[in-house]
Design a protein around this ligand. Sequence first.
Ligand code: G
Ligand code: G
Ligand code: NA
Ligand code: MN
Length: 254
Amino acid sequence: MALEAALREALELGQLQLYYQPQIDIHSGALHSVEALARWQHPRLGSVPPIRFIPLAEEAGLIGDLGQWALREACRQLARWRRDGLEVPSVSVNLSPTNFHSAALPDCISQILQQEALCASDLILEITEDILLDGDPITLQTLHQVHALGVRLSMDDFGTGYSSLSYLRQLPISELKLDRSFVRGIEGDKVASALTQAIAHIGQSLQLKVVAEGVESLEQLRLLDAQGYQIAQGFHFTPALPAPALAQWVREHL
Ligand code: G
Ligand code: G
Ligand code: NA
Ligand code: MN
């Protein structure tokens, strides 16, 4: 309860921060997008990880506010980078399934894009497989409306959810993001690399961009490239960074 009050206060006072992690096009080496990841540094409690405060925000009814904050902040930052002459093709924002239960989400997104003078193609939304689990028809409608705006949808943590693959036929997604748990150990493990290969095939046959996250070594990067992954993200390049450090990383490495 105390933590819940603290989170409410942090949202009101703007104490949450977004860090950014680059997603790299493996063939060209160019930047594909940057993923915005929420961070909370509490003055007394120290750093509270998202795996704690995201579920807390859900329970406390704050996930709508958190989603709006992340969208606005990430879009504002993208506009700022571009004003500074930094070429960042798009920003990828994580939203919770609950954010798509709201029929107001498409308008909220349009408004933020307009306020920041961005196009729909500047934004990618990362969603997870559990988005359809509760069977709420509003969710599917909202997903299609967001897609109709021109905003791309990326299926995050792919392969770890409890949904059947049939959702791939219903959802207007552009990207499949292999969960990082699949990447761990692929160098020496035939079963692990058979799974990443199979997932790449699924993505390719559905004409989706296939993204590998949690890439920590050149060896993993080469293997995933050979398997057909187009985009990679992970500590091999850099962990998520505060906005100024991300800009510096892009200037130095790309
Ligand atoms: O950055 P890190 O690995 O600690 O993130 C842990 C989890 O929290 C990831 O699954 C990530 O998708 C999620 N997460 C990070 N930022 C946000 C956010 O702004 N909104 C939502 N809904 N999830 C987030
Ligand atoms: O669930 P989601 O995919 O949004 O989570 C991304 C999380 O993965 C972030 O918390 C980020 O810090 C973490 N992450 C990013 N790159 C790597 C990596 O190479 N290895 C590991 N172990 N975690 C990573
Ligand atoms: Na994500
Ligand atoms: Mn993920």
